[in-house]
Design a protein around this ligand. Structure first.
Ligand SMILES: [Cu+2]
Length: 109
């Protein structure tokens, strides 16, 4: 019984580790997104880590995704996304949204 339980715990840990792999990183530097386009799988929840390398705060905002997150300077914010249908979902860094460099797209395939 003890052995069965540890096998169950091990497979749970493996599942959790697999789920944690669905992470994507978006970097902000000099108010510009890198990369400008991120492709994610359709029908799945993902975690978007937004790494703000600027000293000033940034705001990740996407109206089509219904997400808004302020990230302090030199910090990382997490934005949970999905599950989504295939398509293109634009986002901006709201404090510089008129700069082309501060605009990006999540592509869902
Ligand atoms: Cu906003």
């Amino acid at each position: 019984m003890k052995r069965l339980l540890s096998i169950a715990l091990l497979s749970f840990a493996a599942t959790t580790a697999f789920a944690a792999a669905d992470e994507f990183t978006l970097t902000i530097k000099d108010h510009a997104f890198e990369p400008k386009e991120i492709t994610i799988p359709a029908g799945k929840k993902i975690k978007l880590l937004v790494v703000n390398k600027d000293a000033t705060p940034a705001e990740f905002e996407s109206k089509p995704l219904g997400r808004e997150k302020v990230i302090a300077g030199n910090s990382t914010g997490t934005v949970n996304i999905g599950p989504l249908k295939p398509g293109r979902y634009p986002f901006v860094e709201e404090y510089h949204e008129n700069d082309a460099a501060a605009q990006g797209t999540i592509v869902v395939k």
